[in-house]
Design a protein around this ligand. Structure first.
Ligand code: DOR
Ligand code: ZN
Length: 405
């Protein structure tokens, strides 16, 4: 049993509580606040195929350090996780790595929709966290860019009661604009090529298909006002459409290219200040349901390549809770909103079992992010140098206590 004494709750009480455990420990938590452990519904932990960027031993350490005890991992692996065979093979590899790390992280995997393998979907009815559809290309080779296959994927997922998660950027428009901007090589052109319009076209198409096939639809990394308007009206109609925001679209915008150059590349790209503000409005009117980190590590050497060769994606799982807690300190976000975005809504949308994992936080602690704090193999962060108020102090996962200091 782990006994936690005099801890503050997010709704303003002070309680004693205990968590079943093989260990017998007692924590004096008078200075700490109790949160349900975070659920990150969108990570890229890179196994199999890109273990040099990340693996589950390093990623699990980063997750625990960030107060996360459940992750849902994306299928853009090498080979892609788009068949039952690949899915089960990945389960074995991941479990082995977690055992080695001694971290009992909870996890689920998305199955990647691939038009050659749509018949694999029913086989994973009970096991997949959802079906991931890339409507525009990103890291890896998963892509469905023809209307017929897209509809078929929606239909099969709906028939098997599987949630569909979309990477919503319109491939045709991305290609056209890549050509149009071929004379530019500065990193900021990324946000021109992958325009807000490309995102809105794909979101509109996905919502129409969800309505038609009655699929449950999860729109990953929503980043623009246009997408939010479409999602808002879909929700008003009563459709089962859910929206995710990433920490980078909430806390960074396209002004970061000047400071970070190609390090700032991510898909969908960083957006304007106006889009960033629209995202915060959508947090407040609950158009946004969840925060998913889209933790997508690449090495610093890769990220520093010239535009065209440098990959897109940010590591972030170890720091997003502190970004949110700091936003609370700045009165931008309530504690209830943080719990809803990082725990309650992901648990409901992905129908995850209820657990008693918690994270104890020191709300007043201020720390500046430096290299020594990075557990991810990426060894860099777009948030380096930021001073944040509010840090996880202990994470408890399946009755195991992790002291984070
Ligand atoms: O920036 C991104 N990186 N967006 C994606 O869609 C994929 C991810 C990755 O896996 O690197
Ligand atoms: Zn992603």
């Amino acid at each position: 049993m782990i006994e936690i004494h005099k801890v503050q709750t997010t709704d303003g009480h002070r309680i004693d509580c205990s968590i079943p455990s093989e260990e017998k420990l007692s924590i004096d938590a008078e200075e700490l606040m109790l949160f349900p452990a975070l659920i990150d519904p969108h990570v890229h932990f890179r196994v199999p195929g890109a273990e040099y960027k990340e693996d589950w031993t390093t990623a699990a350490k980063a997750a625990i350090a960030g107060g996360v005890t459940t992750v849902l991992d994306m299928p853009n692996n090498t080979p892609a996780c788009s068949t039952a065979l690949a899915f089960h093979g990945k389960e074995e590899m991941v479990q082995k790595q977690l055992n080695e790390a001694g971290i009992p992280l909870r996890y689920g995997f998305y199955l990647g929709a691939d038009k050659r393998h749509l018949q694999e979907i029913p086989k994973l009815k009970k096991r997949a966290a959802g079906i991931k559809i890339y409507m525009g290309s990103s890291t890896g080779d998963l892509l469905i860019d023809d209307a017929a296959s897209l509809k078929e994927a929606f239909r099969i997922a709906a028939a098997n009661d599987l949630l569909i998660a979309v990477h919503a950027e319109d491939e045709a428009l991305l290609k056209e604009r890549k050509h149009q901007f071929a004379n530019r090589s500065d990193a900021a052109v990324h946000s021109e090529i992958r325009s807000p319009r490309a995102a809105a076209i794909a979101v509109e198409q996905a919502i129409l298909l969800a309505e038609e096939t009655k699929a449950r639809l999860y729109i990953a990394h929503v980043s623009t006002k246009g997408e939010l308007d479409l999602i808002r009206s879909a929700k008003k109609k009563g459709l089962s459409v859910y929206a995710e925001a990433t920490p980078h679209h909430l806390f960074l915008n396209d002004s970061a290219y000047a400071r970070l150059g190609t390090l700032a590349l991510v898909n969908p790209p960083l957006r304007s200040k106006q889009d960033q503000e629209a995202l915060w409005d959508a947090i407040h009117d609950e158009t946004i349901d969840t925060i998913g980190t889209d933790h997508a590590p690449h090495t610093l050497e890769e990220k520093q390549k010239p535009y065209g060769s440098a990959p897109s994606g940010f590591p972030s799982i170890e720091f997003y809770f502190s970004l949110l807690l700091n936003a609370h300190a700045e009165k931008k976000l309530s504690l209830e909103q943080i719990v809803s975005l990082t725990h309650t809504r992901p648990q409901e949308i992905f129908r995850l079992p209820i657990d008693d994992d918690v994270v104890l936080v020191s709300l007043d602690e201020k720390r500046t992010i430096d290299h020594s704090m990075i557990r991810s193999k990426a060894r860099w962060s777009p948030y380096l140098g930021m001073t944040l108020s509010g840090w996880p102090r202990y994470t408890i996962c399946r009755g195991r206590l992790f002291d984070l200091q």
